[in-house]
Write a protein that binds this ligand. Sequence first.
Ligand code: SF4
Length: 481
Amino acid sequence: MKTLTKDHPALAEEFIKDEERTDWHDGALWWIRQKRDMASKQIPEWEALRDAASRIKSNVLSNLHDYLLEFEANLIKNGITVHWAADAEEHNQIVYSILKEKEITQLVKSKSMLTEECHLNEYLIERGVDVINSDLGEYIQQLDNEPPSHIVLPCIHKRKEEIGEIFHEHIGTPKGESDPTTLTRFARRHLRNVFMTRRATLTGVNFAVAETGEYVVCTNEGNADMGAHLSDVQIASMGIEKIIPQKQHLGIFLRLLARSGTGQPITIYSSHFKKPRKGQEMHLILVDMGRTRQLGRPDFRDSLKCIRCGACMNTCPVYRKSGGLSYHNTIAGPIGAILAPNLDMQKHADLPFASTLCGSCSNVCPVKIPIHEQLYKWRQVIVQEGYAANTKVLGMKAMAWTLSSPASYLTAGKAARWVLNNIPVAINNKLNPWYKQRDMPDSPKESFGEWYARNQSSSSVNHRDGGPFTNEPVNQPTNHE
Ligand code: SF4
């Protein structure tokens, strides 16, 4: 797997070098955002649904312990073996031990961001297990040895021509073939053979119903169902926050998920799994992996309401322009930038700063997570804990001093105007990241305060002698210093 060791600004800089890709990536995601808008507007009770979903999830987070035990008891009653994993290592060991006991060396997987978080594929492959991702987007990413760049659209950053080349190299499609329908048919044929010959499958979980001990997996390709119906051993991995209390709550979440994610009224397959068929084994692994720690952070616990619809990514101007891989984390975008520092604050200290804090993410979130507020909170925590970059800390200290009194503010303004007028290269140089993409404005000769004081003293009647900027009407100064 390609590893990404640079931080978000450096990786984003690489992504935007390809202007054409940046533009269509931006456009494609905005198109999905618009589809989401249209789909949500068709439901008059949309806001009520969001509200209900958010409240149900609040209830789940406040009573997680009880719901998990209820879910576990019902799973066991239904004949499903339950495992608990504190972290990725434990999760991966459990999967491997299940396969080893049955002497299974091949596994087919449907989309599961949790197993991406756990790096399960790498773990199993190192131990001689052949793993194939059966979700088409994830399959493409796996062939290209790259992680998913989006939780719903794993290869959204790739052109169809690039996918054609990957397929030509790995599954022998004709050279130059890039028609999406043809490529999909090739992949389907190839994967069908995989489904028919694998004895074990692993799926993710979208919703786990505590009162019945069943779980629901949503896909558009039916790949989870193919794997589950044809396998002798079915494994499901879920984060402990995926619980919902009752089956009647499913309708709320299923309506929100598809519309928010892709603008569809519902995902093509919403499959319920409740008990093994005759001769089949079913295992469910409940994974913590930092979730209880996040639950213990009052400012961030609401992030565990996330149903992984991807809407916050599709609307985020930073995500759309910088690409998902620039977040160097399994879950990218605004929600990833809240979840990742909980796992490793030092490694992910850059991510909460990859946002304009415009609030668009919070506006579209179907479970009403105040995403931009949490990003802002994380910035404060990261600075307080000493993980912010030195340049950022120095810059903020300088700004705090500047804004601490009228005297320092006026002095800093004077100094900045003098530098811009006399040695502009001190600010307009390649070391200044802002200057790389922007022209600095010409500096005004005086501040608004100076201009105002001068006009007040020169005449209390005639104020029409022009402002501090040539051609500026006197009542519309644009320098807000
Ligand atoms: S945070 Fe909200 S909008 Fe973003 S993926 Fe999760 S549920 Fe969807």
